[in-house]
Design a protein around this ligand. Structure first.
Ligand code: TRP
Length: 338
């Protein structure tokens, strides 16, 4: 899949990723890039720190989150030598391209963009004025994202469903520029939603999400992971009572981390009344720890030696910049008739 294609992923350094993010987004993104690279394609993976400042104004928090995200991707197997791994803010051509794209971005697109609309809805629900606390960075978010994408002649942008609209906006803006100058100045991107990735339920059965407070932490010590796993909701049925595994939350989470044989074993044990809730929680704990232990070691190493990571990000930016520079030049030549 994706032979010869350029794949681009941006991640906002906000929040601390949990097990659900790792299994459902981070690992699949790394894997997709590896597949593309193995088939003659390219992977751009960057940290969207300009996007993060719309919501986070504290520099200590911003730099800490950036550090965590960078180390998580490296721990998860991203190869900085084979991919383009960089910080958005290290590529000054991105805001320059954004400025040109603004002239081709209908304001109505921004009014309809999800991130902005969600903020307005939240204000309305709280009885506040529509634009309360909304800055221009949030409002014009999709245009900056479009610049991120078109700068590198991206073919494919892997996204979660919430980001589809943003990629469509990027495609529309690029399409109107091409149409205006009657030239393929910008490559038109496509979004890609992977339907096979794990959706990991949280410890209360809703989707695992920091805002629900139902997460299993990632790369913390075994004790914190154990604490989360042992608070997974169960009922008071005795062990001997045969159970349908699909109704058991521990089993559903297990499916995202265990091997097929392990899943079968837990399923059989539940159906036959041979495994109790304590047993299956311990099985889940072992599987989670086993899944993350190597990555956790790498993560702790990079967090403690961040200057190495800093060097990788700088090299990544040095590799990525000439591509963005070429795009900017194409645009400026066309726009200003140079
Ligand atoms: N908007 C994305 C998010 O919230 C982050 C992002 C910024 C991005 N620029 C991008 C994603 C370009 C893909 C491509 O997760």
């Amino acid at each position: 899949m994706f032979e010869g294609k350029t794949i681009l992923t941006g991640v906002k350094p906000t929040g601390t990723p949990h097990l659900g993010n790792y299994l459902g987004a981070i690992k699949p993104a790394i894997k997709l890039g590896q597949e593309a690279i193995a088939n003659g394609g390219k992977q751009y993976m960057f940290i969207a720190d300009y996007h993060a400042i719309n919501a986070e104004k504290n520099p200590e928090i911003l730099s800490e989150k950036l550090k965590e995200i960078a180390c998580i991707y490296l721990a998860g197997g991203l190869d900085p030598n084979k991919s383009y791994f960089y910080r958005q803010s290290d590529i000054p051509e991105i805001p320059e391209i954004t400025t040109i794209l603004y002239a081709y971005t209908p304001k109505g697109f921004m009014n309809k963009a999800h991130a902005y609309k969600a903020a307005v809805d939240k204000n309305r629900a709280a009885g506040k004025p529509d634009d309360d606390g909304i800055n221009m960075g949030l409002y014009t978010y999709p245009t900056l994202m479009a610049a991120d994408i078109v700068a590198y002649d991206t073919d494919i942008v892997p996204v979660g469903k919430d980001q589809i609209q943003h990629v469509e906006i990027a495609r529309d803006i690029a399409g109107s520029i091409n149409a205006h100058y009657n030239k393929e100045l910008l490559h038109l991107p496509e979004y890609y939603v992977d339907e096979h990735v794990a959706v990991v339920p949280g410890i209360d059965g809703r989707k695992m999400s920091k805002s629900y407070g139902n997460v299993i932490p990632l790369f913390e010590d075994d004790k914190s992971i154990k604490k989360a796993i042992f608070s997974i909701k169960t009922d008071s049925r005795p062990m001997e009572e045969p159970k349908d595994p699909e109704e058991i939350l521990v089993y559903q989470i297990y499916k995202a981390v265990a091997t097929d044989a392990q899943i079968q074993e837990m399923g059989d044990g539940l159906r036959q009344g041979k495994l109790g809730y304590g047993h299956i929680k311990n099985m889940l704990l072992d599987a989670v720890v086993n899944e993350i232990k190597d990555a956790r070691e790498k993560y702790n190493y990079y967090m403690a030696h961040f200057s190495e990571v800093e060097g990788m990000l700088e090299e990544g930016a040095a590799k990525a910049r000439p591509v963005a520079q070429a795009t900017l030049k194409r645009l400026k030549d066309a726009v200003f008739g140079r």
